[in-house]
Write a protein that binds this ligand. Structure first.
Ligand code: SF4
Length: 178
């Protein structure tokens, strides 16, 4: 299933078109977020990114249904009766906080559409999954992240390299000279 929905008037005044990937990168490296959103696309050639894409595409083959929300958020989901479960698949749990907030962001956006749903994070290499439920704390986390993402994206120059950025596995290494 695939459908596009025009975003309702935002009560939070989303000033930019935020995606799940942007929410994820915000929690990994602000500089990576800025580079991604300024059309610096070295990530396309990354073997790690290709591996992630392969994992995504080979997951939930039998139950896979895809939903496009607001014409910018692509979500894998299954339904159990009337209940929607949104799945997010990651290679490992190394960036589990980023993955969790990314999934919370999807749940938040679906909630704005009046869709009742919960989430499930899947860490393929560890063969484990983790339930994710959007509560008030989760909503505040998403809103704060989106505000900060829009601030960072609006900067005219990229943020400096964070001290603990995961550069070894980043396709922007050449750009950042690490
Ligand atoms: S190479 Fe390091 S500093 Fe540069 S974008 Fe990637 S993670 Fe961030």
């Amino acid at each position: 299933m695939s459908f596009d929905i025009a975003p309702p008037r935002s009560q939070y005044g989303w000033p930019c078109r935020v995606t799940g990937t942007m929410v994820n990168y915000y929690h990994v490296c602000h500089r990576r977020l800025w580079l991604l959103t300024h059309n610096i696309t070295q990530e396309q050639s990354s073997e790690l990114v290709a591996l992630g894409r392969l994992i995504h595409e080979s997951s939930f083959v039998r139950e896979h249904k895809e939903v496009m929300v607001f014409n910018r958020i692509r979500i894998d989901h299954t339904t159990t009766g009337q209940h929607l479960i949104v799945h997010e698949v990651k290679k490992s749990g190394a960036m589990s906080v980023a993955a969790r907030v990314q999934l919370l962001f999807y749940l938040y956006e679906l909630e704005r559409l009046g869709i009742d749903c919960t989430g499930e994070l899947h860490f393929r290499s560890e063969r484990r999954k983790q339930p994710v439920v959007l509560d008030d704390e989760g909503r505040r986390t998403v809103e704060a992240a989106v505000r900060e993402i829009c601030r960072i994206v609006g900067q005219s120059t990229p943020p400096p390299r964070p001290a603990h950025a995961p550069c070894k596995k980043c396709a922007y290494r050449d750009y950042c000279e690490v």
